[in-house]
Design a protein around this ligand. Structure first.
Ligand code: ATP
Ligand code: MG
Length: 249
């Protein structure tokens, strides 16, 4: 179903609720989240552990379905799609990067990057795959296996893989969580460049105020609700807000 009137928002969550389990064991991971992500911008999602950041990302990315509320991607209400259509949309229109890279260990960088195209039923075009790897600074590592690459290089392969289908939104859940500070900076600079040069809409979960300061905006979650929304964040400002939140809790 197409919905109009999105005013430049590439993704919109409307009153999204997500509860895991039932009865006394139930965990209300999201309790009415309303948020819009503007096209071509970079948003960081922060909040204490268990506040619902990954759940928000998974619902936004169609990997999980809300119990209530709507997720609208470029005018399409994800709730209106059956599993097959949702899978197709996810493969073609969304990209994901995880903390643990999740590369296939037996495949080269080039084969890993080509994988989403194969899953979408296309034969990967070698030049296109090489261009994607060159774009993340790994044009000379196309034949390497993940085990022959550093953590930062593996994450850049994962980013190239996520971008090969030219997704409308790139989602990253703590993409620098497993990296040292130098590799983290490289990955964050790369994400920032992709937004600035390609207009790549990006939503990234992070615990690190320095990482969040690379974004245009920081959305802060606590107990499944958005409690703060900062524009043009500085690391210091973000750190202060997070400390205030933890003190209040
Ligand atoms: N599949 C699941 N089954 C049951 N409970 C879950 C599930 N996924 C998440 N939860 C619960 O939902 C809440 C929110 O989890 P979520 O993973 O979104 O938090 P988070 O903010 O990403 O935390 P972290 O910073 O530790 O990654 C937590 O209390 C968590 O235990
Ligand atoms: Mg998480």
């Amino acid at each position: 179903m197409k919905i109009t009137g999105d005013h430049g928002a590439v993704l919109r969550l409307e009153d999204v609720h997500r509860t895991y389990g039932t009865g006394p064991e139930a965990v209300r991971a999201l309790r009415g989240v309303n948020v819009e992500f503007a096209r071509g911008t970079f948003t960081a999602v922060m909040g204490p552990s268990g506040s619902g950041k990954s759940t928000l990302l998974q619902c936004g990315a169609g990997l999980d379905r809300p119990d209530r509320g709507r997720v609208v991607l470029d005018g399409t209400d994800l709730a209106g799609l059956d599993e097959t259509r949702l899978t197709v949309l996810r493969r073609r229109q969304l990209g994901f990067v995880f903390q643990a890279f999740n590369l296939v260990g037996s495949l080269t960088a080039e084969q890993n990057v080509g994988l989403p195209l194969r899953l979408a039923g296309r034969r990967p075009d070698r030049a296109e795959v090489h261009r994607a790897l060159a774009q993340v600074g790994l044009g000379d590592r196309t034949g390497h296996l993940p085990s022959q690459l550093s953590g930062g290089q593996q994450q850049r392969v994962a980013i190239a893989r996520a971008l090969i289908t030219r997704p409308r939104v790139l989602f990253a859940d703590e993409p620098t969580g497993a990296l040292d500070s130098t590799s983290s900076r490289d990955v964050l600079t790369l994400l920032r460049d992709l937004v600035d040069r390609e207009g790549q809409s990006t939503v990234m979960v992070t615990h690190d105020p320095v990482a969040a300061a690379h974004a245009d905006r920081v959305v802060i979650l606590a107990d499944g609700r958005i409690v703060d929304d900062l524009s043009h964040p500085t690391a210091q400002h973000v750190a202060e807000r997070m400390t205030a939140l933890e003190t209040a809790a």
